[in-house]
Design a protein around this ligand. Structure first.
Ligand code: ATP
Length: 234
């Protein structure tokens, strides 16, 4: 479904990811893990069109995405939740969700995705009139994911959904990812919390200083002695 082939992205000459290749098949949950600064966010930005790769290709269902404008990429069926979530802080939960669908889907079906969002995150339904800026970190993350779901994506990309969130809500969010996949979507997650991410993922990649260090079925990576020592603290 998604194919990233030897993508290199640099910031003012400083290479952040170098010849990175990853594949995501339809219906999978794929986790890209790695330490701070490994290039995880840059990889997602390069797919979403927020950064332009210097070389390499990104294809989604056979369509070339690299070089395409970000909103056109969204229109192909990819929703991207960036690290900073980019909610509209002064707007209510309801309006943030509405904007998710208006911006990209015009008058298209809103009921379906909205019901899914409420099933996944009942907290949002309880707080429809609350301003986004007054939500807790975890609730804001739920709203950001909810807003992304309103675009009815085929591929959902999440950048560190667990960041700045209390453990109980982290678990809720990871469980929601499983249900999002069960609802027919494909999910690509970038995470520093490798243990939790590997638990829900089918396959995983480990990035280290801008390169793919390791890849394979999540279970295999979880059992790898080097990974256990270096990343899982076991
Ligand atoms: P984190 O978990 O801290 O977000 P990450 O794995 O997502 O880390 P990136 O944010 O992709 O890593 O950063 C990869 C490298 O690119 C880092 O060395 C970082 O300093 C650099 N970098 C990221 N964004 C920019 C930018 N806008 N300008 C210059 N350098 C950047």
């Amino acid at each position: 479904m998604l194919s990233v082939h030897e993508v290199t992205t640099a910031y003012q000459g400083l290479v952040a990811i170098s010849a990175v290749s990853i594949e995501v098949q339809k219906g999978e949950i794929v986790c890209v893990a790695g330490a701070n600064g490994a290039g995880k966010s840059t990889l997602l930005k390069s797919i979403a069109g927020a950064e332009r790769p210097r070389s390499g290709t990104v294809t989604f269902d056979g369509k070339r995405l690299d070089g395409m404008a970000q909103h056109h990429i969204t229109a192909t069926g990819i929703a991207y939740v960036p690290e900073n979530r980019r909610l509209f802080p002064r707007l209510s939960v309801r309006d943030n969700l509405r904007l998710g669908s208006y911006l990209y889907r015009g008058d298209a079906d809103r009921e379906g995705p909205l019901n899914l969002v409420f099933t996944l995150f009942p907290r949002l339904q309880e707080r429809l009139e609350q301003r986004a800026e007054t939500l807790s970190g975890g609730e804001q993350q739920m709203l950001a994911i909810g807003r992304a779901l309103m675009t009815r994506p085929r591929l959902l990309m999440l950048d560190e959904p667990s960041q700045g969130i209390m453990p109980k809500l982290v678990d809720e969010i990871f469980q929601a990812v499983l249900r999002i996949r069960d609802a027919g979507m494909t999910v690509l997650i970038v995470e520093q919390r490798m243990a939790e991410c590997l638990e829900i993922a089918d396959r995983a990649y480990i990035l280290q200083t801008g390169r793919v260090l390791m890849q394979g079925p999540a279970e295999e990576i979880r059992g790898n002695p080097d990974v256990r020592k270096a990343y899982l603290g076991l």
